[in-house]
Design a protein around this ligand. Structure first.
Ligand SMILES: CCCCCCCC/C=C\CCCCC/C=C/C(=O)SCCNC(=O)CCNC(=O)[C@H](O)C(C)(C)COP(=O)(O)OP(=O)(O)OC[C@H]1O[C@@H](n2cnc3c(N)ncnc32)[C@H](O)[C@@H]1OP(=O)(O)O
Ligand code: FAD
Length: 670
């Protein structure tokens, strides 16, 4: 759609005049510096000027098939743009993924069918191939001569990877693997792009050689003819059917009937099968084939932050424009943003988007540093990365989904319109809580790490920095509540330590009463999930505070003030959300809680004048927001009417169903 130009809504114009800080300063902080902001904007200009974002009919009014075809068209032209013009016009050689990621949303209200190609296929090639394999597949994948996906999940198993049923049996005579789908439940299910788009995919299958099963391994499989795109003989492939979101991502199913691939198509960076069928197991760590999942979990924290920032921008701008009810008799209707309950719904969204974005950047740096350790042969930091990426993925996607839904509530009935874009943003983020490891499953992974860390600390061993609070707790350090940033973080750590201690005690007590470890663990899993979530909260709170302090060192005083107000709001919000835990595990008193409640309410008032400026500082162009409620000019009603008028349902004054059914019904002739 072409966005009509309107004058700025007067309420929104006034809001912007109230701003106390330099918006550009905050934009630069989140982009990683002035230079990066300017690069990102250049990339956005190129894509927006390309005409690629235009749709003749709003995406939501297209059929599923039309949506898919439209998304393929755009994905192809966008890929071409990335390879050619973007590089030439901007002169930027090393594309910053966040900038490309952000502008991709100007093209796709839903999901690109190429998402998995860039999101998992290419990263798996990079992380799992030998250098010879890399030279064969990476250039082709980057140049889009082949398009791929990642087919791990099956109809019968997603979480439990060891339970996957697809087999890859080595035939030493022909030096090939035979891929086979032995049962209905062994069909690959869900892989993005698999239904109709991709011609290659990474397949996760149980490896058999010399009659022995060595567990799941990764294989590069061509599934379609490169010229005709027909499925190759022995391949059954298709789309799984309509879903809550991901409508244009053609998630697919895949079955193999004794389908043969060359030996060299097993990705052999970590484990190998030699020509004679001898299996060489990974030298360093048994779970290195899970690396792409760790990578995606890390990027999903960023996705949570980005999508939440979109939702809260829409809802805050709308709330500044929308007037409803009265605060006092005979006074004009206030902007709904003036209601403290509305501020309570929304300002935590702004603070959370900041907290998650800074945590995502920190986690990304941790990921890079672990990769560099692993390149040197040291896998010692991998368990901590796995524990961190698991809980952060779980908690950030889950919180973001809840807060995005809260943004929709904050927009009343209009938030329910697809043109608000809030339902799309929600359905995308809701899926991130499940895929790449379900919420509960990932928290249980973190819990394993925490229980082990507890046991290590108990044995007097040093534990890694993110769990050093466990050692302090074991030394008997008592928590004394202080309502400062540091004091609150320490108390949240005391909560996490207290919960881990109780889990360890429960497991031990249950074992003393005769249960084996597995049953004792199983019966404690409700507490274990809770403990892992508490640990994650303490990590987010600490990272957010540290990063804001670090990044605003040379900022102007006003930026320092407003960024710190958001930090304090976040800390106060979570204190009030977790008073039960804090009363149990820290020395917080009722008086302290009253103080925190008052502080929280005062902060809502302090942040109120800067609310619109704070969401402007996410620097999200209208074309990325795709929202009738959230455009920069605040012309909400004009856009709602525009989208109603453009609705294909209104193209004819009388729908044919009147003549076919209603009229006969009215006349008693049906
Ligand atoms: C246009 C530009 C666009 C740019 C694009 C960028 C944007 C990106 C955004 C989105 C793109 C992606 C879209 C993705 C769509 C979805 C894809 C998918 O969902 S793929 C499928 C994902 N599936 C899963 O995540 C399955 C979850 N299950 C598991 O991970 C595992 O089964 C398990 C639950 C972890 C259990 O595994 P397993 O049984 O094998 O292990 P255990 O016996 O439990 O554990 C043994 C020890 O191993 C440790 N462990 C487990 N996993 C890991 C790991 N990954 N790394 C390191 N260590 C691991 C585990 O903790 C145990 O340790 P110990 O306790 O024994 O020490
Ligand atoms: C939009 C979307 C896109 C996807 N894209 C891909 C893709 O490209 N490639 C791919 O391979 N997969 C993909 N998936 C699949 C996804 O990874 C799985 O759905 C996900 O990992 C969850 O697995 P599951 O569906 O088997 O759920 P299940 O494991 O069946 O989970 C169902 C419930 O059981 C609980 N549960 C299961 N096991 C345990 C346990 N041990 N302890 C306690 N509770 C348990 C879970 O917590 C959950 O509440 C996609 C999924 C979606 C929704």
């Amino acid at each position: 759609m072409v966005l009509k130009k309107y004058n700025i809504n007067p309420d929104l114009a006034l809001e912007r005049q109230k701003c106390t800080f330099d918006i550009e300063e905050i934009i630069n902080i989140f982009d990683g510096g002035k230079e990066k902001t300017s690069q990102r904007r250049k990339i956005e200009d190129v894509v927006l000027k390309s005409g690629l974002c235009h749709d003749d009919v709003p995406e939501e009014c297209m059929s599923l098939k039309e949506r898919y075809e439209n998304a393929v068209r755009k994905s192809c032209f966008f890929s071409k743009l990335m390879k050619t013009e973007l590089q030439e016009i901007t002169g930027i050689e090393d594309f910053e993924t966040p900038a490309i990621r952000r502008i991709a949303d100007a093209l796709f209200k839903d999901i690109s069918p190429f998402l998995l190609h860039l999101g998992m296929f290419v990263p798996t090639i990079i992380g799992q191939c030998t250098s010879e394999q890399l030279m064969i597949w990476l250039p082709k994948a980057l140049d889009l001569q082949i398009i791929g996906g990642y087919a791990q999940t099956e109809l019968g198993h997603g979480t439990f990877i060891r339970g996957l049923e697809t087999t890859a049996t080595y035939d030493a005579d022909t030096e090939e693997f035979v891929l086979h789908t032995p049962t209905l439940t062994a069909h690959k299910w869900w892989a993005g792009g698999l239904g109709k788009t991709i011609n290659h995919c990474i397949v996760v299958a149980q490896l058999y050689t010399k009659g022995v099963c060595y567990g799941t391994h990764l294989f590069m499989v061509q599934i379609r003819d490169l010229d005709t795109h027909m499925p190759l003989p022995g391949i059954k492939v298709g789309e799984i059917g309509p879903r809550m979101g991901f409508s244009s991502a053609d998630n697919g199913f895949l079955g193999f009937n004794n389908f043969r691939i060359p030996r060299n198509n097993m990705l052999m960076k970590h484990a190998q099968v030699q020509k004679d069928g001898t299996y060489v197991k990974p030298a360093r760590h048994g779970k290195l084939t899970y690396q792409t999942m760790v990578f995606v979990r890390v990027t999903l924290v960023n996705e949570a932050a980005f999508n939440l920032s979109k939702a809260v921008t829409i809802a805050v701008r709308y709330s500044a424009v929308r007037r409803q009810s009265e605060m006092r008799p005979n006074e004009p209707e206030p902007q709904i943003l003036d209601y403290p309950t509305q501020q309570h719904k929304l300002f935590i969204g702004i603070a959370t988007a900041h907290a998650f974005q800074l945590t995502a950047n920190w986690l990304w740096n941790t990921f890079k540093s672990v990769l560099s350790d692993m390149k040197k042969g040291d896998v010692g930091t991998l368990p901590e990365l796995h524990a961190l990426s698991s809980c952060l993925k779980a908690v950030c996607t889950s919180d973001a989904a809840l807060l995005i839904e809260q943004c929709r509530y904050a927009c009343g009935g209009h938030g329910y319109m697809l043109s608000s874009n809030l339902p799309y943003i929600y359905s995308f983020v809701a899926a991130t809580r499940t895929y790449e490891g379900d919420y509960t499953i990932l928290l249980l992974q973190t819990a394993r790490f925490l229980v082990k860390a507890w046991e290590q600390a108990e044995a007097g061993k040093t534990v890694t920095p993110t769990v050093s609070y466990i050692s302090r707790s074991l030394k008997g350090e008592k928590n004394s509540w202080r309502s400062t940033d540091e004091g609150i973080i320490k108390s949240f750590q005391a909560v996490a330590a207290g919960k881990i201690a109780l889990c360890v005690k429960s497991i031990r007590d249950r074992m003393k009463s005769g249960l084996d470890y597995e049953d004792a663990w199983l019966l404690t899993t409700v507490q274990l999930v809770d403990a892992a979530e508490a640990h994650c909260r303490s990590v987010i709170l600490e990272t957010y505070c540290n990063e804001v302090r670090r990044l605003t060192k040379s900022s102007s005083d006003n930026v320092k003030i407003v960024m710190h107000q958001l930090v304090t709001l976040y800390l106060s919000y979570w204190t009030l959300q977790r008073t039960g835990d804090l009363l149990r595990y820290s020395s917080i008193s009722e008086k302290d809680i009253d103080f925190m409640q008052r502080q929280y309410e005062e902060l809502l008032q302090h942040i109120r004048p800067n609310a619109v400026a704070l969401v402007d500082a996410f620097d999200l162009r209208d074309e990325i927001l795709h929202s009738s409620l959230g455009a920069y000019d605040g012309r909400v009603y004009e856009r709602l009417m525009e989208q109603a008028e453009n609705n294909p349902m209104n193209a004819e004054p009388v729908n044919q169903s009147f003549h076919k059914y209603i009229k006969p019904l009215l006349q008693g002739k049906l």
